[in-house]
Design a protein around this ligand. Structure first.
Ligand code: ADP
Ligand code: ZN
Length: 721
């Protein structure tokens, strides 16, 4: 082949043709350097017949510049890239970029200089140097990363290198990982676990596409159950991908994995150091990374020979990417299994309605774990009607819940209070003039954080010190906190039960694997009596002494009113309830609500999951909502409000007329301002028979917009803001 078609990593360009120079051997999937004007861009050689482009005469073609030293992207991965771009109405280039996610790895084998402490001291100590030495104990990384860890400038660290306090270490970027052993420490499974894992292991042996829904109650041992098929894949020399929804959960997982397989798995997530990233990427592509545990981006890694994919906590909405290519990792995982011809296990105690529906219609095979491991019982659930059992003035916890915590304190047991709101209070206003503190970049209130004494926006990260006097009217000491966040609940517990030791667990406090590990260790050592946490503590954690769970405000999730509000509330409360009584002691759950009669709350209290799901299913069917109909959103945004509005109304003017497809909008999005961009939205609701993506592509493809305007398409949206 002396001419090839390349997919170049530039979303604005279509496929480009090149000549293959004498002596270069290419095949589809190889990663190449392509000349483009005076520049060089990275491209992937693709099957020409799958990438229609304009035929350029051969004499006009330029030579490919070179081959990058990484294995070619496999045919199944190329098909996955095509499918993802097509389904989510994204450019092929932007999806391909996710598969080439380590720039360093593409350059081949390398060594790199990292630095670590020698134990020596500088001639002259400064506070900054001391701080760096304290912070860098046990760390090894490049200067930039160490500066980030220590919170000092790179200059300070270079000074320490010159003084011999930090020494350089040559690191082989591709040093192999410790091997995982399938038979290192086999676990005796219960009968129900054995039956389930046997089904998965058989599927791994068959090496064919087979999607499963592992529907197991909290504490049933889903992890142990899917470890057996993982071992089976390892015995066959195949790789495994396990997707987890949050990095805070990986700590517990890593520990259990290492106990079972004698070595940790390979990690993949967005906060890896660049050296770890390239090492993992290359090991995955060469096949030496046996088990990869990762966030959703791991889905596009270039595995050499996959044998199994597991999506744990598969109902989690964080599997949906909300920027760039807006894909749902759960669904893309199933497609990857299809192209790779391997089984895919979606594991959850509270599956998404979409997944249950797939099982019901026979597309996914459903495997159940109906009871907890080791004879532990599911907790008893009761509601507290806040309109009758009112908390004291200015407080948020009913006396019955506080009594419950106190009882646990007396027995040396632990309690967990769940409220999905970070910070101290969700709204701050001035008692004198009524001014409400709002984010300058978003349509959102600023949230007070007492730990840091700041007002913060949870959407864009904007932060400001909490003012002493009102910035509007100048009145001093007149700001009032409205409503509770987890910090405020923690204060209330400390005030009403002064003997208790309270820990606030949120993404603010558990923001690294290390801090998550400290938290787990503290709870296990019984140094914590009451955990107050957000959705982060609703899943994954297994604390045998935790016997009481209090849901501070079960109505909170229902307020947003979006399509999945009921389902999300059900999942969150059921998951957090599942943290109670996982050991030998029985658990109790108290749900605070103003609407005990609401169907979701009633189903939770009755422990009647089927009733909830069937009511929810009927509602979705009537509304033509997923999985019975389809939704898509189109968001038009710009930093200039008028520009965004005009672009939206122009798009509106070209709206297509399609049968059984309802197009609503344009209207200002509920978050009309987000991160400094003004936003307008179309919502599309269509029957399943409509080729929704084609409709959108034809509609938007014909229109051009000013450079400041962004048009984002969201297929199967989860967020309706
Ligand atoms: P789930 O994810 O289904 O909520 P886990 O996988 O966290 O449940 O399991 C709950 C607890 O039971 C964990 O501490 C786990 O180690 C333990 N466990 C589950 N199955 C077994 C088994 N077969 N042998 C020993 N311990 C088990
Ligand atoms: Zn903001």
């Amino acid at each position: 082949m002396n001419r090839v078609r390349c997919l170049v990593l530039n979303a604005a360009l279509g496929p480009l043709d090149y000549k293959v120079p004498e002596g270069m051997v290419v095949e589809p999937g190889v990663v190449v350097e392509c000349p483009l004007g005076p520049r060089t861009v990275i491209g992937i050689v693709w099957e020409a017949e799958r990438l229609p482009g304009t035929e350029v005469p051969v004499e006009k073609l330029r030579n490919l510049r070179g081959l990058l030293p990484v294995p070619p992207l496999s045919a199944p991965l190329r098909r996955l890239i095509e499918w993802t771009a097509d389904y989510y109405v994204a450019s092929l280039a932007s999806v391909a970029r996710m598969a080439l996610s380590s720039g360093g790895a593409l350059k081949g084998r390398a060594t790199m200089t990292e630095y670590r402490l020698t134990g020596g001291m500088p001639e002259r100590m400064t506070p900054q140097r001391q701080a760096a030495i304290d912070a860098l104990e046990g760390e090894q990384a490049n200067i930039r990363e160490l500066a980030g860890i220590a919170g000092v400038s790179e200059g300070v660290l270079r000074g320490l290198v010159n003084q011999g306090v930090l020494e350089p270490v040559e690191v082989d970027c591709d040093r192999p990982y410790d091997p995982a052993h399938p038979d290192f420490a086999e676990v005796a499974l219960s009968a129900q676990q054995r039956e389930a894992s046997g089904i998965f292991s058989d599927a791994v042996r068959a090496a064919k596409f087979a999607p499963f829904l592992l529907d197991g109650v909290t504490g049933s041992g889903k992890t142990e159950t899917y470890f057996e098929p993982v071992a089976q894949a390892l015995r066959m020399g195949r790789q495994v991908l396990v997707l987890l929804p949050e990095i805070a959960l990986t700590e517990n997982f890593l520990h259990r994995f290492e106990e079972r397989f004698g070595a940790p798995p390979v990690l993949w997530h967005s906060s890896l150091k660049s050296t770890e990233r390239r090492r993992a990427y290359r090991a995955v592509s060469e096949g030496s990374a046996q088990v990869v545990v990762g966030a959703r981006s791991a889905l596009f890694l270039p595995f050499r020979q996959l044998g199994l994919i597991v999506v744990d906590e598969a109902h989690e909405t964080s599997f949906k990417q909300e920027e760039g290519v807006r894909y749902n990792a759960r669904d893309v995982a199933v497609m990857r299994g299809h192209f790779e011809q391997v089984p895919v296990v979606l594991a959850s105690a509270t599956p998404a309605l979409e997944s249950l529906q797939m099982a019901e219609s026979g597309v996914y095979a459903k495997v159940d774990l109906p009871s907890r491991f080791g004879g532990a019982q599911l907790p008893a659930i009761d509601t507290i009607d806040l309109t009758e059992e009112k908390p004291p003035q200015g407080m948020w916890l009913a006396q019955r819940l506080v009594d419950g915590i106190e009882e646990r304190l007396g027995r040396g047991e632990q309690s967990l209070l769940f409220l999905n709101r970070r910070g101290y209070a969700p709204l701050t206003l001035c008692r004198n003039c009524g001014f409400r503190y709002q984010c300058p970049n978003c349509s959102a209130w600023l949230v007070e954080h007492r730990f840091t004494n700041r007002l913060a926006c949870h959407h864009c990260g904007h932060e400001a010190p909490a003012p002493k006097a009102c910035t509007e009217c100048g009145e001093p000491d007149c700001l009032v906190a409205c409503g509770p966040g987890v910090e405020r609940i923690a204060d209330e517990v400390a005030e009403r039960l002064p003997q208790s030791r309270v820990f606030v667990a949120t993404s603010d406090t558990l923001n690294s694997p290390g801090r998550a590990a400290e938290f787990i260790a503290a709870v296990e050592a019984r140094e914590v009596d009451v955990i107050v946490g957000t959705q982060l503590v609703t899943k994954g954690f297994h604390f045998p002494e935790l016997t009481l769970v209090g849901v501070v405000d079960a109505d909170l999730g229902l307020e947003g009113g979006d399509l999945r509000a009921g389902e999300r509330t059900y999942q969150q409360v059921a998951q957090v309830a599942g943290r109670a009584g996982r050991g030998s002691k029985p658990g109790e759950v108290l749900i605070q609500t103003r609407h005990p009669e609401a169907p979701v709350i009633a189903a939770l209290a009755a422990g009647d999951r089927d009733a909830f799901y069937s009511a929810e299913t009927e509602m979705r069917r009537e509304a033509g909502a997923p999985p019975f109909g389809r939704w898509a959103a189109i968001i038009i945004s710009s930093e200039d409000d008028a520009e965004a509005r005009e672009a939206a109304s122009r798009i509106g003017a070209f709206r297509p007329e399609v049968a059984e497809c309802l197009i609503l909008g344009p209207a200002p999005a509920p978050m009309a301002l987000l991160r400094g961009r003004y936003r307008y939205r179309f919502l599309i609701n269509a029957r399943r028979s409509v080729q929704l993506q084609d409709v959108i592509r034809r509609w938007l493809g014909a229109l051009d917009h000013p450079p400041g305007v962004r048009v984002a398409v969201d297929i199967d949206p989860y967020s309706f803001v």
